[in-house]
Design a protein around this ligand. Sequence first.
Ligand SMILES: *Cc1c(COP(=O)(O)O)cnc(C)c1O
Length: 425
Amino acid sequence: MKKGIGTRCVQAGYTPGNGEPRQIPIIQSTTFKYDTSEDMGKLFDLEASGYFYTRLQNPTNDYVAAKIADLEGGTAAMLTSSGQAANFYAVFNIASCGDHVVSSSSIYGGTYNLFAVTMKRMGIDFTFVSPDCSEEELEAAFRPNTKAVFGETIANPALTVLDIEKFAKAAHAHGVPLIVDNTFATPINCRPFEWGADIVTHSTTKYMDGHAAGVGGCIVDSGRFNWAANDKFPGLTTPDESYHGITYTEKFGLEGAFITKCTAQLMRDFGSIQSPQNAFYLNLGLESLHVRVKRHCENALAVAKYLAGNDKVAWVTYPGLEGDKYYDVARKYMPGGTCGVVSFGVKGGRAAAEKFMAGLRVAAIETHVADARTCCLHPASATHRQMNDAELAAAGVSPDLVRFSCGLEDAADLIADIENALANI
Ligand SMILES: *Cc1c(COP(=O)(O)O)cnc(C)c1O
């Protein structure tokens, strides 16, 4: 019987043998030694599996990636140096110059920039659709050269919830995979593969690490997408001349082709590897992910309810709050909880929000979310400060918006802090 998700958070990915270290060893070595050139040659030809250079693979990273693969219910996974690298690799592994991708418009700002500016410069076109679009609108976004569909389970910072089944159905009807960034929900609250997603990505910097200790990312493959069903993915289904003519789907099967290609080509050439030391820290975070995520969600719900009942607050967005626009879709995909981030508007606009921020004592002002310590951001006076009100509206960020990431403190202290700060206005 498959073990519960808590047990797997603690134990999956690494099983020490007799007398071996209980904790995942940090293999802080760039390179690995071989007795003969033939032995090493087999690794370079992908004839044998083993380690030769940490830019491509490292045992510490692989233990931790295996744990995340297990939590998501996937067949293979790899760590990357950041969430940005994970999303870049996941898309670039199957889309090249001249190709096209359909993406939800409600995504992390860094990902939007990666897609709309940097990857566009590489010759890949993106069409952005509202996560609330109709099936007809979604259908109309596809082109003959579309290679993937992308969305976030819970979008950062908009807190929209993706209808995963709707996006998966459309992607599959066009013979392409759905890639879901599951950073905010984590596999504790949602496992997108169970709803039809094919590839999952993470910024492990957020809840998975959970302690603001290390930037990192992860890509997981469900192992179910049939790359060979059409001719859209020649990189996976025809020989790779840079690897002695290997065909990834033939050699590694549907369960291993995507991640092996991503490691062998993109890690080799771009080198966005996570350090083994950071992978070790990430695993410490993963060991308590199931305990922490529950508490983050409890605190966020308590804060959201408090804010919804306060007459100094103009509006509250939290997908776990009854009456929220995304409450029903969140109940479907995340019955156990959503995330620890709440957005709200303070009556009085930009100036009132600035005063609110100045009154906080427990919550710290940071451009971060998903930390054990509560952190809070007023985008209009920080990350988006160069924008006027009209530009903010176009970016979907209102001047009064406050993003409040509930940590692991006592809910009563967070609410008291908010109450004081509201009194400060
Ligand atoms: C933070 C974040 C990213 C980028 O991750 P980094 O680790 O900061 O590179 C990508 N997607 C989502 C949803 C995020 O919250």
